[in-house]
Design a protein around this ligand. Sequence first.
Ligand code: NDP
Ligand code: N5H
Length: 258
Amino acid sequence: MNLSLENKHFVVMGVANKRSIAWGIAEALHSAGARIIFTYGKERSKKNIDKLLEGLDDASRHLVLQCDVTDDAAIDETFATIKEKLGVLHGVAHSVAFANKEELEGEFVNTSREGFLLAQNISSYSLTAIARAARPLMTEGGSIITISYLGGERVVKNYNVMGVAKASLEASVMYLANDLGQDGIRVNAISAGPIRTLSAKGVSDFNTVAKVIEERAPLRRSITKEDVAGSALFLFSDLSTAVTGEVLHVDSGYHTIG
Ligand code: NDP
Ligand code: N5H
């Protein structure tokens, strides 16, 4: 049993900038010796990833590929490239979500059909599409993780359409874990507490929710991307070989209180 991920290959999806949860996970994977395939949606993210990689020693072992998770052809192409360049894949960090800003405030009942489906497509269905594409490359077993939020389990003001997407994401984790378990592939979610990232910036009430964690969560402290990255490393490593279909709360214990 060990935490070294040397000679192991991991896809990290969802680095937009240095604050991204996915970047925290990438730094942890890099330190553990893994080889990383970064995927991004927007060109601006690629620029940021390239710049961030300049700050790492031996970053030339990593790859950066575009992959819009709503595009099946792009997903196929991404995993075909990974197969060609690396052969085997050991893990995937899916850290991607999107909803229209207008639908992250006010009443959930006003969610449009289009907005609902957009949030589900990017934030939930993409995990299933990615798991299907990754499966044939995980010939030595594997570990897939995604990032969820408490608003998928209970009503959190303003989370609205994204709460329903996270509920569907967490249910997908169970069904995917059941399908892929026979291939030695584990599928888990980390339910993270509030972290100030680009996505979180500008959404209504982020500051209020974050302050409540500091005041009332059992640990009475905020959550960092490094906290999430530590748990991600555990889920990627041999320390968690019998953990699958799980939602691990990395939230200073907030989900346990009223
Ligand atoms: P970021 O804004 O850093 O990351 C969101 C990522 O989603 C971006 O890299 C963005 O890439 C990507 N993305 C959106 N649409 C697409 C698409 N169509 N194809 C590919 N990538 C796409 O924010 P976070 O790190 O906060 O978010 C990561 C995950 O963590 C999300 O699932 C979020 O819901 C979850 N989470 C965040 C919490 C927080 O407090 N920050 C708390 C709990 C969960 P690009 O711009 O290149 O398209
Ligand atoms: C209760 C809260 C606060 C209210 C709800 C926030 C929901 C945030 C999630 C989504 C992913 C944010 C989002 O889609 C923002 C976009 O509409 C606008 N932003 C962008 O387009 C930027 C540029 C790109 C990079 O963003 C994406 N996503 O592509 C929840 C918070 C306390 C916790 C939280 C912030 C949870 C979460 O899921 O992220």
